[in-house]
Design a protein around this ligand. Structure first.
Ligand code: SAM
Length: 383
């Protein structure tokens, strides 16, 4: 392996940093995906093993902003149920359900506003973090108790009819990091020097990264870096296999391959989040900061096809929420008995979700279907 370069970084010697440095000293440099997996999912010291209070100090997701996000997603799920011919049981499976906040918004709204759909709804909240799963007992405890919802660590074997959806799951899947050098594709590994992490470039540890980019038709400029999201591809393919009829809906920030891998992203899209600050300090505080990379919707499309998923469409979150909300002039944003000040506050939160300069254009909604003819969906309709 070639020697790499040190990164100027804030160094916080977390317990996980010590574990990883010891491991690298004895085994040699590791792929970035292994480092990222430990940072996010180490059972004791990983970012997602921590209490959720920590996360609010770092960043917010759409369900944190206002329940109207979940209410409009519920309307889209109800329409999917219609498109499937109103099956007696419709599984709404949320991948990476976290503490169950979005689940609560969807279930409570469906119960109140979409009673027929609610009668068929079976909500499966899939969350790998034990700490977060435990918190679902509070957020959706009533629905769990009634048998309307189920909390699980992993996907069930079969999903007969329904929709598998996620919000900010794919961007949290470990990625490998590659760089296109004059000699060809090289991988950025995580090594150790003088007691801290260094990046080490060498030949890729597997041919899969090169195949990942080739299948998406990506060509790189010299020196360009990019992430290979192989775990996200595995997840979508496995999900597609287990789904017999229905939809997969991925809400996340990202692009199609030509945009994601263009020279505007010469350093890739990997970012660290801590204290509402975004940085490239990937080694700053292992286990105490979130790490994410933009999603390639092209890769989800291509790997989904391996399992019979077909592309339904891609829309910005702006278009998706506007299309679903305009039918009742965004009445879903309000709760009964609200004062005018509360209603105004709710409208401002809706703007954060929808406005292009807020989350609206950053986030995209990518929908795939299986076992039914190309369905028209309100969330993907033109405005
Ligand atoms: C960025 S958080 C998003 C949480 C939530 N969806 C939201 O919007 O607030 C990603 C979540 O996905 C979970 N996760 C990651 N990989 C997973 C997997 N393979 N299966 C289930 N959950 C997973 C993490 O533990 C974490 O709770």
């Amino acid at each position: 392996m070639a020697a790499g370069f040190s990164l100027p970084s804030a160094r916080e010697r977390t317990p996980l940093a010590e574990i990883l440095l010891d491991h690298i000293r004895s085994e040699g440099p590791i792929p970035f995906s292994e480092y990222m997996r430990a940072c996010l999912y180490h059972p004791e010291h990983g970012y997602y093993a921590q209490a959720e209070a920590r996360r609010f100090a770092d960043y917010y997701t759409s369900p944190d902003v206002h329940p109207v996000f979940g209410r409009l997603v519920a309307r889209q799920l109800a329409e999917m149920w219609e498109r499937l011919g109103r099956p007696a049981e419709f599984t709404a499976l949320e991948g990476g359900a976290g503490t169950g906040r979005l689940a609560a918004h969807i279930l409570d709204f469906a119960e109140r506003a979409l009673p027929e759909f609610f009668g068929a709804l079976r909500y499966v909240a899939v969350e790998s973090s034990e700490a977060r799963r435990a918190m679902q007992a509070q957020s959706i405890g009533r629905h769990l108790g009634a048998g309307r919802a189920e909390s699980r660590a992993a996907l069930p074997q079969r999903i007969p009819a329904g929709c598998v959806f996620s919000n900010e799951l794919m961007d949290a899947m470990p990625v490998d990091r590659l760089v296109h050098s004059a000699q060809g594709l090289r991988e950025i590994f995580v090594g150790e020097r003088e007691g801290w992490f260094v990046e080490v470039t060498a030949l890729p540890h597997s041919p899969r990264a090169a195949a990942y980019f080739a299948r998406q038709g990506v060509t790189f400029a010299e020196g360009q870096q990019a992430e290979a999201a192989l775990e996200a591809c595995e997840w979508i393919e496995e999900t597609g296999r287990r789904l017999e009829r229905g939809f997969v809906m991925t809400i996340d920030y990202g692009h199609e391959a030509p945009e994601l891998y263009n020279t505007r992203h010469m350093r890739g899209t990997l970012l660290a989040y801590r204290d509402h600050q975004v940085s490239e300090q990937f080694y700053g505080a292992p286990g105490l900061q979130d790490l994410t990379a933009h999603v390639s919707f092209t890769s989800l499309d291509l790997w989904g096809r391996n399992a019979g998923l077909e592309r339904t469409g891609l829309a910005s979150q702006t278009r998706f929420l506007l299309a679903l909300g305009r039918a009742n002039e965004f009445g879903d944003v309000y709760d009964e008995g609200q004062t005018e000040t509360e209603r105004l506050r709710a409208r401002l939160k809706l703007k954060t979700l929808i406005y292009p300069e807020g989350m609206g254009e950053t986030f995209q909604v990518f929908i795939q279907h299986k076992g039914l003819a190309a369905p028209a969906l309100t969330g993907l309709s033109e405005l």
